[in-house]
Write a protein that binds this ligand. Structure first.
Ligand code: NAP
Length: 302
C-alpha cells in the first residue's frame, strides 16, 4: 500500500484564495489587516519563518512590519515593542517569533500581547477560551491541521487520535481540538512507556516532537492517517540515507542539508492510508492560518 499524500501546500493556497476577497473587503473599509512581527536575535531559522510569514502578507495585500531586536535584547526591550504594537490601530495581529533568547522572559512577553491581537493563540486568555471550547484565536499549527483533516474528509469523531508531543504551541492545543471534534485522544511524550504500542492504536496520529524520523512503520496502525509536524534540519549523511528517498537524497548530496519531519516517510507511507510530506505539509498551513487569524483580528477590531 502507498499512502495518499495530504498536500498541505495546496490546501494552504486554497485557504489563502478564500481569504483574498475578505481582505479586499476589509481594506475597502479602511481596515487593511496588519501583522506586526518581532524578531529577536539572528537565528537563521527564525528569520526564514518571519520572512515566509511577511511574504504571505504581501501576497494577500496585507500590511506587515517586522521589528528586529539584537540577540542581547532585555525582556523590557521586547515588552516595549509589544506595547508599541498593542497601541497602534493599523496592527491587528502580533507575532512574537519563538524561541526568544534565554535572558528574555517569554511568559511575560506573551502575556503582554493584547489578547485581541494574539493571532498565534498563545496568550493565557485565548488558551483558556480554547480549553472551554469557546475558541477565538487558536494556535496556527494545530488549527491548520484540523483544516487539512476536514478538507480531506478524514473522519475524527469517535476515532482514536494520538498526539505525540505535549508542547504549549502544538501538542496541547492539538489534543484539545481533536477532543472537541469528538475524537478519543491520548497524548504521548518523552516519559511515555512503550510508545509504539500507544501510537499503534491511533486512527489519526499527529507527531510533533522534533526528532528526525523517529516514528517508523512499527509505530503506525495499517490504514492510519499520519500528520508530521516536525521540521528538522538534517546534516548527517548517514541519517539522510535512511530518511530520504532518491530524489531528495540527490538534493541533500548537493546542498549538504535537508528539511525532514519526525516521521520516517519511506516506511510509514507503506502502512498509513494518508500522510503529510515534509516539506509541503504542515508548514504552509501554519502560515495560511496565521493570515486567517490576522484577518479575523482586523474584522473584530473595535
Ligand atoms: P517542543 O516544545 O520541543 O516539544 C517536543 C515534545 O516532544 C515534548 O512534549 C517532548 O516530551 C516530546 N518528545 C521529545 N522527544 C520524544 C521522544 N523521543 N519520544 C516521545 N516524545 C518526545 O517542540 P514543538 O515546539 O512542539 O515542536 C515539535 C516539532 O514541530 C519541531 O520539529 C518543530 O520544529 C516543529 N514545528 C513545526 C511547525 C510547523 O509549522 N510545521 C510549527 C511548530 C513546530 P516532554 O514534554 O516529555 O519533554
Amino acid at each position: 500500500m502507498t499512502a495518499t499524500l495530504l498536500d498541505g501546500a495546496a490546501t494552504a493556497r486554497a485557504i489563502k484564495d478564500e481569504l483574498r476577497p475578505e481582505i479586499q473587503a476589509l481594506s475597502a473599509r479602511g481596515r487593511c489587516p496588519g501583522l506586526g512581527a518581532i524578531l529577536v536575535g539572528d537565528d537563521p531559522a527564525s528569520a526564514v519563518y518571519v520572512r515566509s510569514k511577511t511574504r504571505a502578507c504581501e501576497e494577500l495585500g496585507m500590511h506587515h512590519e517586522t521589528a528586529r531586536l539584537p540577540a542581547t535584547a532585555a525582556t523590557d526591550d521586547v515588552l516595549a515593542q509589544v506595547e508599541n504594537y498593542n497601541r497602534r490601530s493599523e496592527i491587528h495581529g502580533i507575532l512574537v517569533q519563538l524561541p526568544l533568547p534565554p535572558q528574555v522572559d517569554v511568559e511575560r512577553v506573551l502575556a503582554l500581547v493584547d489578547p485581541a491581537k494574539d493571532v498565534d493563540g498563545f496568550h493565557p486568555v485565548n488558551v483558556g477560551l480554547l480549553v472551554q471550547k469557546r475558541p477565538r484565536f487558536v494556535a496556527c499549527t494545530p488549527a491548520g491541521i484540523m483544516e487539512l483533516l476536514r478538507r480531506y474528509g478524514v473522519p475524527v469523531a469517535g476515532r482514536r487520535a494520538v498526539v505525540l508531543g505535549r508542547s504549549d504551541i502544538v501538542g496541547k492545543p492539538m489534543a484539545l481540538l481533536l477532543l472537541h471534534a469528538d475524537a478519543t485522544v491520548t497524548v504521548c511524550h518523552s516519559k511515555t512507556r512503550d510508545l509504539a504500542a500507544v501510537t499503534r492504536e491511533a486512527d489519526v496520529l499527529v507527531v510533533a516532537i522534533g526528532r528526525p524520523g523517529l516514528v517508523r512503520r512499527e509505530h503506525v496502525k495499517p490504514g492510519a492517517v499520519v500528520v508530521d509536524v516536525g521540521m528538522n534540519r538534517l546534516e548527517d549523511a548517514e541519517l539522510a540515507r535512511d530518511l530520504l528517498e532518491e530524489a531528495r537524497l540527490r538534493e541533500f548530496v548537493k546542498k549538504r542539508h535537508a528539511l525532514v519531519g519526525d516521521v520516517h516517510f519511506p516506511s510509514v507511507k507503506e502502512v498509513a492510508s494518508a500522510v503529510t510530506p515534509v516539506p509541503g505539509g504542515v508548514g504552509p498551513l501554519t502560515i495560511a492560518l496565521l493570515m486567517k487569524n490576522t484577518a479575523k483580528a482586523a474584522a473584530l477590531a473595535p
